[in-house]
Ligand binder design. Structure first.
Ligand code: ADP
Ligand code: ASP
Ligand code: MG
Length: 405
């Protein structure tokens, strides 16, 4: 008998019929003797709908009130699933994040889980119940409702699996595993049987939204076996695990991309110590996250400084940079919010030279200009024109022969 935490995403619980299907699936699984803890997302589109309602009334709603609102999406699905289970004769109990006591810090809309009290869940499992927990939410030490950031139900599931020392955490979604790249963009993308935590972490942080980054961090830190599977199709999915030295590693495991980027450059800033903090300090102060940074070699005692931010933060970052530019006596500010980032990821890169060159050559052959480059031990990222992104991803997928095992 195993203890399994299963998470079902928005599409999997998007209609009443689908919730009924999830209930059937759970019952079948429970009959095999496993204990089940289920984490649900809101119905697909619901979180966006709620954000839209909030913005109709207030363009900058307080984080606390937004969290009270957003947490309702998941409250609906957990109650409905328990009703569906009960209708089919199985006992089930639902809990919101605050009821389980998933404690988080108090940073609304992107809270971090700090502690989980699993007593209620264990007691219910003991009684033979299926326990159904609302994903994406918790409460801070003062009892305020918090949410964990978009895609946060994945993190709820993995955190619960870690707290309960579950045998596996299974993420049921609308694709049957983790692919070499988003199968919606490249039809030749291939499902991976396994991928390491490190690679999945890079893929997620570079734009592959199949798992929330923090869920992978949790899984790695607590060694939770994590599996991505389809809600609609049978199959073993993709297992995300620690690196196995006996496993033969592909040089490149996948290609991730992110369309939500924007680039800002300040030209002709005086090249002296402290320039980076003078430019980026005011940006950080407004809580805007900076991704890539490039400072050119100084020339005639001035230099150019470029960085990227999330597209949602573009206007705010531009306003700040324009002020800084005047203060520093820089020449001008230029910007572009129609850029995208594409990255190749693979642990095998550590021991193989020439990957960067293959990447640059492939893009050159497609006449795709690279405007920024950044590398780490297991990834190479480049910034390209957004319009050329799909072509970039497809040609890189082919160049690295990712369609073949
Ligand atoms: P859920 O609502 O179940 O949480 P998400 O939309 O958050 O589902 O994540 C699943 C989606 O992730 C897929 O539909 C797919 O388009 C996208 N995706 C992006 N990159 C990948 C990848 N490398 N492998 C699989 N899916 C990916
Ligand atoms: N419902 C939330 C979202 O859409 C959390 C999740 O689905 O994981 O981001
Ligand atoms: Mg998701």
């Amino acid at each position: 008998m195993a203890l399994i935490v299963q998470k079902f995403g928005g599409t999997s619980v998007g209609t009443v019929d689908r919730i009924r299907e999830v209930a059937k699936k759970l019952i079948k699984h429970q009959q095999q003797g496993d204990d089940l803890v289920v984490v649900l997302s809101a119905m697909s589109g619901e979180t966006n709908r709620l954000i839209g309602l909030a913005n109709e009334l207030n363009d900058k709603p307080k984080g606390r009130e937004l969290d009270v609102l957003l947490s309702t999406g998941e409250q609906v699905t957990i109650a409905l699933l328990c009703m569906a289970l009960e209708q089919q004769g199985v006992q089930a109990t639902s809990y919101t994040g605050s009821q389980v006591r998933i404690l988080t810090d108090d940073s609304h809309n992107k809270a971090r889980i700090t502690e989980i009290d699993d007593k209620k869940i264990r007691d219910d499992l003991e009684k033979g119940h299926i326990v159904v927990v609302a994903g994406f939410q918790g409460c801070d030490p003062q009892g305020n409702i918090t949410t964990l950031g978009r895609g946060g139900s994945d993190t709820t599931a993995v955190a619960l699996a870690a707290a309960l020392k579950a045998d596996e955490c299974q993420i049921y979604t609308d694709v049957d595993g983790v692919y070499t790249t988003d199968p919606r963009v490249v039809s030749e993308a291939r499902r991976l049987d396994t991928i390491t935590y490190e690679e999945m972490l890079e893929m997620a942080s570079l734009g592959a939204k199949v798992l929330q980054i923090r869920s992978v961090e949790f899984a790695r830190n607590y060694n939770v076996p994590l599996r991505v599977l389809s809600s609609f199709k049978e199959g073993g999915g993709t297992l995300i695990t620690a690196e196995d030295p006996t496993m033969e590693q592909a040089v490149i495991s996948g290609i991730a991309f992110n369309r939500d980027e924007a680039k800002l450059t300040v030209l002709g800033v005086p090249d002296h110590p402290g320039i980076a903090t003078q430019i980026l300090g005011p940006i950080a102060k407004e809580n805007i996250e900076v991704d890539m940074i490039i400072q050119n070699t100084g020339h005639d005692s001035t230099t150019d400084f470029t960085f990227t931010v999330h597209r949602n933060d573009f206007q705010a970052a531009l306003d700040i940079l324009q002020k800084t530019s005047v203060l520093l006596g820089a020449k001008s500010v230029i910007s572009d919010n129609k850029i995208a980032k594409v990255s190749v990821v693979g642990v095998g890169m550590r021991s193989h030279a020439g990957i960067a060159n293959t990447m640059f050559e492939t893009l050159a052959n497609e006449d795709i200009n690279i405007s920024m480059i950044s590398t780490s031990e297991i990834k190479i990222s480049v910034v390209v024109d957004e319009l050329l992104l799909d072509n970039a991803v497809k040609s890189l997928h082919k160049a690295f022969k990712l369609e073949h095992a």
